[in-house]
Design a protein around this ligand. Structure first.
Ligand code: MG
Length: 277
């Protein structure tokens, strides 16, 4: 550089003057904005941690990087062994026939979960046989207690709180978004476990949000209690985590691409005015 010492010092000062605002921009946001209610953070708080990164799947519907894969088309390793394993053929898992299994044979995950996001794909048997609750019946039993119904919902009249997309025995789906038997269908479900006090009293019910084939069928719907046929569901206190169960209802429903993401406490929506959860 040809500049004199004085000039160099001047240039250094200019560099510092320019650099200072750049350093401040490393954490965009503000430190002089109002505090948010029920929060330790300000509006647009510069110090609020950025969300963690989760790489989504390359293919829509595939498991994101942090998912727990329960079925990838190859094995039942994520499920408890039973007296008769559900058969896997060409990457597809199917409820076994009672002749093979010798009786009701639900599939139960080895791992336990509480709050979670679930994705699975199912296919009602074709050609359809029987009718109503005996056609393509299965179900996703969260915590082995709370059923979101799987049924052949295409041209299959049944009671409204028992069709596909229903919280069984409680809430019909908002709409019937079923595909025809033989076609793959997607379920994307957010399940929030119930909360119990130390004495077993219910503090907060379970909630479920469900999309069937991309269509909203349950929107943050409170669940009434443990699913039970022909009776009003009610809660019985239980732990914070329990397995997922896929129902054997004596119908050869098929499954593929099953994964879940256990959810952190932050996933539970914060109620206004209560200052936390
Ligand atoms: Mg069912």
């Amino acid at each position: 550089m040809r500049g004199t010492g004085t000039k160099s010092r001047l240039m250094a000062a200019v560099v510092v003057a320019v650099a200072a605002p750049v350093a401040a921009q490393e954490k965009p946001g503000f430190r002089d904005t109002p505090m948010l209610p029920g929060s330790q953070w300000r509006v647009h708080d510069a110090d609020r941690p950025a969300p963690g990164v989760v790489a989504p799947a390359a293919i829509p519907g595939g498991p994101p990087a942090d998912a727990v894969v329960l079925f990838d088309g190859r094995s039942l390793d994520a499920w408890k062994p039973d007296r008769s394993a559900w058969p896997i053929e060409n990457g597809v898992l199917t409820v076994p026939s009672r002749a093979t299994s010798g009786g009701e044979n639900n599939l139960v995950s080895k791992r336990s979960f509480g709050d979670l996001q679930l994705h699975l794909e199912f296919r009602s048997p074709t050609p359809p046989t029987k009718s109503s609750q005996d056609r393509g019946n299965s179900g996703i039993w969260f915590m082995q207690r709370y059923e979101v119904q799987i049924l052949d919902g295409s041209q299959n009249p049944t009671y409204a709180d028992g069709t596909v997309g229903a919280v069984y025995g409680w809430k019909p789906p908002l709409v019937n978004a079923a595909r025809r038997p033989g076609e793959w269908q997607t379920y994307d479900i957010i399940f929030e476990r119930p909360r119990f006090a130390a004495d077993g009293a219910l503090r907060r019910p379970a909630y479920v949000t469900a999309l069937l084939n991309g269509v909203l069928v349950q929107n943050h719907q409170a669940m009434l209690g443990t699913t039970i046929w022909r009776k009003v569901a009610r809660y019985t206190a239980h732990g914070d985590a329990a397995p997922i169960q896929l129902q054997d209802h004596d119908s050869p429903v098929s499954f593929r691409n099953i994964w879940v993401r256990p959810l952190p406490a932050a996933a539970i929506a914060q109620d206004l005015g209560r200052g936390g959860r």
